[in-house]
Design a protein around this ligand. Sequence first.
Ligand SMILES: Cc1ncc(COP(=O)(O)O)c(C=O)c1O
Length: 384
Amino acid sequence: MSSPRPSVRPRNPCFSSGPCAKRPGWTPAALGGALLGRSHRSAAGKAKLGEVIARSRDLLGVPADTLLGIVPASDTGAVEIALWSLLGARGVDVLAWESFGKTWAADVAEQLRLDELRVLEADYGRLPDLGQVDFARDVVFTWNGTTSGVRVPDGGWIASRRAGLTICDATSAAFAMELPWDKLDVVTWSWQKVLGGEAAHGMLALSPRAVARLESHVPPWPLPKIFRLTQGGKLNRAIFEGATINTPSMLCVEDALDSLRWAEELGGLPALIAHAEANLATVAAWVAARPWIDFLAEAPETRSTTSICLKIVDPWFLGLGEAEQRAAIKRLVGLIEEAGAGFDLAGHRDAPPGLRVWGGATVAGADIEALLPWLDWAFEEVQG
Ligand SMILES: Cc1ncc(COP(=O)(O)O)c(C=O)c1O
């Protein structure tokens, strides 16, 4: 197959898995209403923060009895606040099948040093055996493994009646995949992912059971101020009404509001999910017609609709050593970047050498379609 240099570029060449593409039509004018130079604790500041929480709740269908707050340090902050605040009361199962799950497992093993830890692991491309998870223990997992493009297919494997808490890093799943809120005690995400907002702020959702744990369990380790959700043994509920622990960026808050309003206008969660699914379907049809490329995710039902990770299976590429493979990927994505046709297309540095294309709702379907011939072209170029 000979692939000429395509003549059409995606209108928006941003395909990064975070920070993700801004919504179509975004310009800095979207930030015109930002409450700059004002206190985030003023009535107007709290109203903006409260609006982010309210619009996020509505879009995602967060249950009324689940609290939702804005916390520091993006998704990492939200996950680590949860781990540091909640763990230690019982044994923990951590599921790790790519870089982020491995990070949470290392946190629990090396920082919190919990003995009662089981790490259920799988290689890039696979999920661990979900049937092995013990819901009498606390369970920490990533809904969508951003660095392998492997997601849990649904919540069927999660026990409805459970003694432990389920702590779910959903940063590349929220606003793109259905989340079973009744089975998740903690859910985290950041603004920089599916809705194309800015980084540095995290969202933390806590079920009544997570709140009960917070109010009954005192972790044996010190908690920095930015991790502290309780005061005198009681939950600091104000955090979940927009009184943030420390100072947020009101510019980022305005941007988050813009992204939420856009998502509502698009048709809400069903439209966001459908958009990502359509983007995956476009990539899947292209992959199916090519012998040189495949999904990193082995089972189709585990294929991410957001962080779409691809592996090169051409005999020429497979005959290279890993360093040469990484160099080939670098050249391939470099050619496309130089042409202005697509940015940030290399797989994550911790993943096997490959490609990654973000398919969340801010990426236009036409842009994915326009990108794919560039991958064909660049793959042929790097072999020449
Ligand atoms: C699954 C997952 N967890 C955590 C993170 C870290 O997010 P942040 O850098 O926003 O803290 C990412 C970022 O890509 C991610 O994909």
